[in-house]
Structure formats: C-alpha cells, structure tokens
Design a protein around this ligand. Structure first.
Ligand SMILES: NC(=O)c1ccc[n+]([C@@H]2O[C@H](COP(=O)([O-])OP(=O)(O)OC[C@H]3O[C@@H](n4cnc5c(N)ncnc54)[C@H](O)[C@@H]3O)[C@@H](O)[C@H]2O)c1
Length: 262
C-alpha cells in the first residue's frame, strides 16, 4: 500500500455497490478522503463505515443522479465536509436491455437521465470549484459498449458512447485550468448490474440457461479468459487520480481483458 492520493478529496457516485464501492475503498486505501454517494443511503453509509473502520477517511451522502437539486447538495456537502474537491468519479449508472425497436421512450429517457445526464450534472457542479482552485480530476465510468457494438443494449450504449464523447470534449475545455477528464471503459465485471442485465436478457429470450452459465460463456470470449473483477477497475481509478497519469486527459481507456483488441 502506498499513499498516492494523500489527502485528496474525492466524490464517488454509486458508492453503495459494485465498482463505486470498490473504488471508494481502494481510493481511501491510497490516502484519499472519500464522499460515498448513492441513491441508497444505507449502502452509501455502509461503504463509508467500512472505510472508517479500516482507518480511512470517508463520509456519505444520499443523492439521486436524476435530480440536479440533489447533485448540487452533494457537491455542497463535499465542500463543507472536506474543504474542497480534488476529484470526481462519476460512476453511478443503471442497467437496461433492449434493441432499438423494442425500447420504450420512457426506458430510454430514464436510462439516459441517470447514466448520462447525471454524470454531466455532477461534472457541471464540481467544475466551478475545480476551476477556482486551478486543479481537478474527473473520471467518468463509460463502458466497452462505447467502443464496440453489443446486441440489445441501445439505450445503455447511447449513454456510454455519449459519456466517452463528453470526456474528450470536456478535456479540451478545462485543460487550461489544470483539470483532467478521462473515462474508464470496463468490459464485463462481475457486479449486481451485470447479473441484472444478464437476467433481463435471459428472461426476455425465455432461455433455460442460468445467469452463471451465461457469464461463463461470456468469460470464454475474453482473450484473457476471465471476466473482470471490481479491483481491475478501481486500480485504474487510483492511477487516473494519481500524479502517475498527469499527462493523460481526454482518454477513454478500455479495461477489458483484451476484448476490444480482438
Ligand atoms: N459491471 C460492469 O460490467 C460494467 C461494465 C461497464 C461499465 N459499467 C458501469 O459502471 C458503473 C457502475 O456499475 P456497477 O456494475 O458497479 O453497478 P451496480 O448496480 O453494482 O452499482 C451501481 C450503484 O449505483 C447506484 N445507483 C443507481 N442509480 C442511482 C441513482 N439514480 N443515483 C445514485 N446512485 C444510483 C446503485 O444504488 C448502486 O449502488 C455504471 O455506470 C455501469 O454502467 C459497469
């Protein structure tokens, strides 16, 4: 364990489970002070308590990424609790399956609202603080869906592709303020979101295959022969928030066991 993020203050959204939870914990292990944010106050609190009991520094905040008011409160809370914001990991997102012809406008809007607009709003409201301090670091959680085509994921892919696009766009707007903006594009990582996506797909197809069998089939399509683990993504978040990546901005980085290299 090193101290690569000593005293850096970081907001992590979706910190109650999966990649957000593991990243919040991993960032704290490197010395960051973390505001753990989730729509689910209980799980956000649990992650913050886990960090505190391990000797790290964390607080929690309940916020729904579909509410600009709650996002504004989240940023205010981070400032008041930690006296500044160095980093934002805009990670929270939801699953949603469906091809273009079978996706309802309601489902499309709901997914984009949380998984795209919510990420932009988080950035919008932390940026004035970062611009004033002339430094900052934003990481968006995208997906390899932004890079390759995958069946039955039209709304999810729209959100992830747009997240990759605004990563590149925002990197150009804020480099003068010493603010870096990068995105992680994870392949399939074993989290609740993935299990839910697989369950939805199998139910829709009236398939007899179990979620476990289907995940094993997917793993066999990855050049490295396995699905990703949460730590694979949280290690990338540590690297991007650290000075080791100080010349990187506007990058959309696949962490995917070689899937997009095929
Ligand atoms: N797991 C993967 O394979 C994978 C691959 C590529 C990208 N991603 C992306 O990583 C991110 C996290 O995915 P995960 O697999 O950890 O998901 P997850 O479902 O395990 O966890 C998501 C967390 O976000 C929270 N959340 C959901 N809606 C919210 C809202 N409106 N406001 C605030 N919090 C909300 C949930 O309560 C949960 O704690 C998502 O953006 C997802 O698209 C995941």
């Amino acid at each position: 364990m090193t101290d690569r993020l000593h005293e850096k203050t970081v907001i992590v959204t979706g910190a109650g489970a999966g990649l957000g939870r593991s990243s919040a914990i991993r960032l704290s292990e490197e010395g960051a002070k973390v505001l753990c944010v989730d729509i689910n106050a209980d799980t956000a609190r649990e992650t913050a308590e886990h960090i505190s009991s391990a000797g790290g520094k964390a607080a929690f905040c309940q916020a729904d990424m579909s509410s600009e008011t709650e996002i504004i409160n989240m940023v205010k809370e981070a400032n008041e609790t930690f006296g500044g914001i160095h980093g934002l990991l805009a990670n929270a997102g939801i699953a949603g399956t469906g091809a273009a012809h079978e996706t309802s406008l309601e489902d499309w809007n709901n997914l984009l609202n949380i998984s795209l607009t919510g990420k932009w709003l988080c950035a919008k409201h932390v940026l004035p603080h970062m611009m004033a301090q002339k430094s900052g670091n934003i990481i968006f959680q995208s997906s390899i869906c932004a890079l390759n085509g995958f069946p039955n994921l039209v709304a999810y892919t729209a959100a992830k592709g747009a997240v990759a696009a605004i990563t590149r766009q925002m990197a150009t707007d804020y480099a003068n303020f010493n603010i870096r903006v990068n995105a992680i594009a994870p392949g399939t990582i074993e989290t609740e979101l993935v299990r839910e996506t697989y369950k939805q797909r199998l139910d829709t197809a009236h398939s007899d295959i179990s979620v476990e069998e289907s995940l094993a089939q997917t793993a066999s399509r990855y050049p490295l022969g396995r699905l990703g683990q949460e730590i694979d993504i949280s290690n990338m978040a540590v690297f991007l928030f650290s000075e080791e990546s100080s010349w990187m901005t506007g990058a959309v980085i696949p962490v995917d066991g070689g899937y997009t290299a095929k």
